[in-house]
Design a binder for this molecule. Structure first.
Ligand SMILES: [Zn+2]
Length: 130
């Protein structure tokens, strides 16, 4: 995996307090995850490494945001989506791409609510590229 620019990584960790931001998780983060990941079709506007598309995640939820379900883990994967999306997840379970898109959008709305955007310096890069 391509590393993030250090300043982007530091800002995401600060915004999220170093904790997984999947609703209801609260475990310490092990990595920075993309909401709209390559595995889920990429970002709508190409800003893959922009801060609104990034969050701190524990190992399991980082795999989920990448769309990795790992065989036996598929049940846990769907359960996590039911928690995040409610009944919508049941309707989308048969459509992995649409489920991934709905997941990314729901996580984005969640982050927009819980993050303190005023903490982001005005010099924040518009995307992850230096
Ligand atoms: Zn988590």
């Amino acid at each position: 995996m391509r590393p993030f620019p250090p300043e982007v990584r530091a800002q995401v960790i600060e915004l999220d307090g170093g904790m997984c931001q999947w609703p209801g998780c609260g475990h310490p983060a092990t990595e920075i995850a993309h909401l709209h990941s390559r595995g889920s079709g990429g970002t709508p506007d190409g800003r893959r490494d922009a801060i609104p598309n990034l969050m701190c995640a524990c190992y399991r939820h980082a795999r989920y945001t990448d769309g990795e379900t790992g065989g036996d883990a598929y049940g846990y994967y769907l359960d996590a989506h039911y928690t995040l999306l409610g009944r919508q997840a049941r309707h989308l379970a048969a459509h992995p791409e649409r489920l991934a898109w709905a997941r990314a959008e729901a996580l984005g709305r969640h982050l927009a609510r819980v993050r303190s955007w005023t903490d982001i310096p005005a010099s924040m890069p518009s995307d992850g590229t230096p």
